[in-house]
Design a binder for this molecule. Structure first.
Ligand SMILES: [Zn+2]
Length: 63
């Protein structure tokens, strides 16, 4: 069995990555951590432009 990707450690069915509603929870949490929905939209634009591999590479380098 797979585990819910939000980190709550509950098991999910093979087809879904989240327990129902937990993707929203994770998104809200992520939104707060980067400073709101506006920043989330900006971040999405960057991801769309340069690709997620580069974004993740940058995030790793900043740790
Ligand atoms: Zn969860």
């Amino acid at each position: 069995m797979a585990k819910c990707l939000c980190g709550c450690r509950q098991e999910v069915t093979r087809k879904s990555r989240f327990i129902q509603g937990h993707d929203q929870k994770l998104r809200t949490c992520f939104e707060k951590s980067i400073g709101g929905a506006d920043n989330l939209i900006k971040l999405k634009r960057i991801v769309d432009k340069i690709g997620y591999e580069k974004v993740f590479a940058l995030l790793k380098n900043n740790r």
